[in-house]
Design a protein. Structure first.
Length: 199
């Protein structure tokens, strides 16, 4: 349906004022809002004629409608032609039927029109994702799993390492008990306790 210019083009200090009208048209095309497009078109039609882009902007109306239909097809699995007519601000249900049929033929959306019931049924892709999205998710999931496994390995303690610490702590406790018994029994004198001489 065409390429959309980057926003930086519209924010350039030299071009910003001159491209305001085109930026408004761009917003209408991107959102698929026909009413916004019509308002912008009527507001800036003199400028479009002066720039000699009037007929080009008129032709963008079809792109606005296609964008709107694509958004509706992504939002609804089934929608009546009357609702399409109201949401896109089309003139009649016949216009809606024609534009939806053309969008289906052009490959803009996948679906079909049920003429007897007056609605459009949208058929979506089976898995909802293309192969590149699935591959990106697979890479991200693989990275998260690898990070998890490495974290688990980093948190593991060496086998029976805590027993050495327990034995050292138990030995220190035994020495403290022996020292306490000796102090109570009066077996230690100042020389053995390391106290100053002469006391």
């Amino acid at each position: 349906m065409g390429e959309i210019p980057e926003r930086s083009l519209f924010r350039h200090p030299v071009l910003e004022k001159a491209l305001v009208s085109y930026f408004e048209v761009l917003k209408a095309v991107c959102t698929g809002s026909l009413s916004q497009f019509q308002t912008t078109f009527s507001k800036y039609s003199a400028q479009f004629e002066a720039d000699k882009t009037y007929t080009l902007i008129v032709r963008l109306r079809q792109n606005v409608i296609k964008t709107g239909i694509r958004r509706l097809s992504l939002s609804y699995s089934r929608i009546s032609l009357r609702d399409i007519c109201l949401k896109l601000h089309l003139d009649s249900e016949e216009d809606a039927k024609y534009t939806v049929g053309k969008a289906i033929r052009d490959g803009v959306i996948e679906g079909r029109i049920v003429h007897e019931k007056g609605w459009m049924e949208c058929t979506s892709q089976k898995d909802g994702y293309g192969p590149e999205v699935s591959e990106a998710f697979a890479r991200r999931i693989g990275f998260c799993l690898q990070l998890h496994n490495e974290s688990i390995k980093a948190m593991r303690y060496p086998l029976n390492a805590h027993r050495k610490e327990l034995a050292a702590a138990e030995g220190a406790r035994e020495r403290e008990k022996e020292l306490a018994k000796e102090i109570q029994g009066g077996e230690l004198d100042d020389d053995t306790m390391g106290g100053p001489e002469g006391f």
